[in-house]
Design a protein around this ligand. Structure first.
Ligand code: AMP
Ligand code: ZN
Length: 113
């Protein structure tokens, strides 16, 4: 399967890794939209949030737990941060391997564009 993030998981493409365990990888976004912009992904390929199955529920919980750990370690937890998972075209999903964006280090506006 020709998936950019699977290649990052397999270390075929380099990334700046900030967290890794047996199920999860987190790395810096190549085009950061905030002082901290990290992508947290499952090592398992899941194309969109619509493809999350019941068997993945634990994995998705682990994705959020990893995001919390990264936010705490980077001292953005208390001031606030945003977790975003875009789904499909109109939301702006460009890489079809699910990823949680962690955005922090600046005030966030609402609603997003
Ligand atoms: P989305 O638009 O929600 O699918 O997010 C995809 C994200 O992946 C964007 O924020 C891109 O900047 C980021 N991205 C694309 N290629 C790479 C890469 N090789 N390494 C790190 N981040 C990437
Ligand atoms: Zn993939």
């Amino acid at each position: 399967m020709d998936c950019l993030f699977c290649k990052i998981v397999n270390k075929q493409i380099a990334s700046k890794i900030v967290y890794e365990d047996d199920m999860i990888l987190a790395f810096e976004d190549i085009n950061p939209q905030a002082p901290l912009h990290v992508l947290v992904i499952p090592k398992k390929h899941i194309s969109t949030s619509l493809d999350i199955k019941e068997e993945d529920f634990r994995l998705i919980g682990s994705l959020y737990a990893a995001a919390n750990k990264i936010a705490l370690e980077n001292n953005i937890a208390e001031r606030g941060f945003r977790l975003v998972m875009n789904c499909n075209k109109e939301a702006g999903q460009t890489v079809f391997h699910i990823h949680l964006h962690i955005l922090g280090g600046r005030p966030m506006r609402w609603p997003p564009g």
